[in-house]
Ligand binder design. Structure first.
Ligand code: ATP
Length: 369
């Protein structure tokens, strides 16, 4: 069993930095877990504690059913792939991949079998006699993965393995690593600061900030139901738009007012606010760029949620266009059909898809709905 369990795990560095606070998670066998968050949030420290490269200050870490707090890295049945690949320049690809196995005194035939098998999976069989300097960045990355695969570990740990590759190769290797996970059917734990990488790779994502886990969920759940403003803003690109809004109850329903604009909440959402302390108070309204519309059909359909926007800039990406605009003195981004007629300087009506708006508590920044 290659499950990993973290129970009330803390990391306190000398000097008073608590890099990880009360981390709790049950990672199941064969999951692909992504640790994501801004620089300094504690994701690498968490990975290094799982690897055994960093002591755990408090709490328990299990790999399978075994408590491994005091188990040496080499006896944890894990393999780690680093950002800088850490290949030996004077060794061939074959030697690089087999080095760890030779140290473990694995029989020669077995080493050969494992290296060739891994090389086949990674499509680098033709490179086994080359040295790292004769390889491209992507090929080096494959060798680093190969070196981890030959160990046949229960758990793969990866720390920003794609960050040294150019944008195109990164997207390609992302797919490769996804395929690799499917082929190997082992547990992957992967650190990145890139939310796109997180959304496209993980079966579950752990979003961290300042040493605290914010939310653990599937990519879709994180995107659709973020637990607070931080997660809502961190996951998704371009990021969610936010604006302060007042909740008003009127005869025919509940409205949100900001500046000179007012939009009506759909019945389902209004019901949830009915009778709460939020009536008459300010909240933070969040709406994703793709939930803002400028097409006439939408404007007609969503006539009770129209606002006025001044277009500052448009960006046509071919398959979609971003409208950068100002709504009541706040910057907004909309992702619309590339055939939009909106141009810089225009003042246009924009419809909010109110079924997909998010509301956050102004003080705690936690999700209200
Ligand atoms: P990055 O994406 O920049 O690598 P991260 O999320 O992986 O960031 P960590 O490297 O885990 O963050 O660091 C978490 C916190 O712990 C940071 O505030 C960092 O400065 C601190 N830290 C990391 N290593 C040490 C150390 N050896 N001694 C003291 N503080 C440390």
């Amino acid at each position: 069993m290659a499950s990993v369990k973290l129970k009330n795990v803390y990391k306190r560095y000398a000097g008073g930095v608590t890099a990880v606070n009360d981390f709790n998670m049950d990672i199941e066998d064969k999951e692909f877990i992504i640790l994501v968050g801004p620089s300094g949030c504690g994701k690498t420290t968490t990975l290094r504690m799982i690897a055994g490269l960093e002591d755990i200050s408090e709490g328990e870490l299990y790999i399978g059913d075994k408590l491994v707090n005091d188990v040496d890295p080499k006896n944890r049945d894990i393999a780690m792939v680093f950002q800088n690949y850490a290949l030996y320049p004077h060794m061939t690809v074959f030697e690089n991949m087999s080095f760890g196995l030779r140290l473990r005194k694995i029989p020669k035939d077995e080493i050969k079998r494992r290296v060739h098998e891994a090389a086949k999976i990674l499509d680098i069989e033709h490179l086994l006699d080359r040295r790292p300097k004769a390889l491209s960045g992507g090929q080096r990355q494959r060798v680093a993965l190969g070196r981890a695969i030959v160990r046949e570990p229960k758990v793969f740990l990866m720390d920003e393995p794609l960050s040294n590759l150019d944008a195109k190769l990164r997207v390609q290797m992302r797919t490769e690593i996804n395929k690799l996970h499917q082929k190997l059917q082992t547990t992957f734990i992967y650190v990145t600061h890139d939310q796109t990488e997180a959304l496209t790779m993980g079966t579950r994502i752990v979003v961290m900030k300042d040493g605290y886990v914010q939310q653990i969920d599937t990519p879709q759940a994180l995107y659709e139901r973020p637990c607070n403003m931080f997660v809502a803003g961190f996951i998704g690109s371009p990021q969610m738009n936010f604006i302060n809004a007042k909740v008003d109850k009127r005869g025919d329903g509940i409205y949100l007012t900001f500046g000179k604009d007012t939009i009506k909440l759909p019945e389902g959402k209004a019901k949830k606010l009915e009778g709460t302390d939020y009536i008459g108070k300010e909240v933070i309204l969040g709406i994703r760029p793709e939930c803002l519309h400028d097409e006439p059909a939408f404007l007609e359909q969503m006539s009770d949620s129209l606002v006025e926007a001044r277009i500052e800039l448009t960006e046509n990406l071919g398959s979609e266009t971003y409208l950068y605009m100002v709504v009541d003195d706040v910057d907004f981004t909309a992702r619309v059909n590339p055939r939009t007629k909106a141009r810089s300087g225009d003042i246009i009506k924009i419809a909010f898809d109110t079924n997909r708006i998010h509301l956050f508590d102004k003080e705690t920044e936690k999700t209200i709905m």
